[in-house]
Design a protein around this ligand. Sequence first.
Ligand code: PLP
Length: 397
Amino acid sequence: MNLTDLQALEERYLMRTYKRAPVEFVRGEGALLWDSEGREYLDFLGGISVCSVGHCNPDVVEAVREQAGRLMHTSNLFFTEPMVRLAERLSESSLGGRVFFSNSGTEANECAIKIARKHAHRRGVEEPEIVSFDKDFHGRTYGALAATPRLAADPDLGPMLPGFRAVPFDDGDALREAVGERTAAVLIEPIQGESGIYPLSDETLLAARQACDEVGALLVFDEIQTGVGRTGSLWAYEQTPVRPDVLTSAKALGGGMPIGACVTSPAAAEVLEPGDHGSTFAGGPVACAAALAVLGIVDDPTLLRRVREQGAGLRDALLALDGVREVRGRGLMLGVGLVGGIDAAALGAELLANGLVVNVPEPGTLRLLPPLTVEADQIDRAVGAIGSALLSYAANQ
Ligand code: PLP
């Protein structure tokens, strides 16, 4: 089947929720991808921050192969070792409480929302409210969607779940004002990913922590994109002055296998009780074995230091290019703000045609999320490709 055949079948059978680029990838290794015509690409999107240990990382492949050959599924009614070992590893490497597994990021946030609401009811709050920032992205299921103001505003998807409120991005005063007796949680991304890579300031994070503490609300960090080493520490909160009460993870956690997790501090660990929440597939042994292999690679001070150093080098190299206005983010989670008037979508398409995969989360921004195992010469190649594309774009104006 060639690309044209695939496009025809997609057109006939798949719901039109995605606008796919006209490429069929058939193989991956490290930071490289190959399409069905044998063309090689450098992947600086990493499956949207999923393939952080590189495509087909041998440790992950082996863990999946071994576990899939032994036991794939039993449900949450029984014990399996990968699940409890992964829960221990996630808890001990972060907030120290309990873990609920899910199959995706949005479901991890559903669990956090449930914890927040129940925690608030225990404080006597009748109509709990969750506060997020404008342009936060927390997922597509209805709870997470309600905390994603940009998408929740779509009247065709209504009615929305009540009890959600948004304040202007990075506005600590507005946040402080919005948090009150009714607040169940402040649910935020420490660095916004989908909106174009916008980090929150330390002052705002401190304001959020303080506001939550004053009313007894939970501070929830959505680390679905920032976590698992992406910013140069295992969790992004480690490089901020605050510690959340709950964090959510997914994306890179499974190295390509679908898995999410909601992790609590000890104080929030006992909120959910038997019957409060569940999932048939979540915590399955294959996904958990993959995640253990991923953490075995990423939870390593040498790798994390390298992510910070390579991120700093990449940022400097990008800032030196004509056409780049600013570079936002931390570690290997970078948003490249282009000089006004440059059509980022056209640039992204040109880069893809030239063998570099990036994405365009908003007009005027390229988003770079390469594997954390990317090689120095691959970073140089990516910068070279972006520089050449910017030059040819300018020449054609
Ligand atoms: N939260 C953040 C910060 C995300 O970036 C995403 C996905 O892009 C999600 C939640 C939703 O994750 P999923 O697509 O796995 O449901």
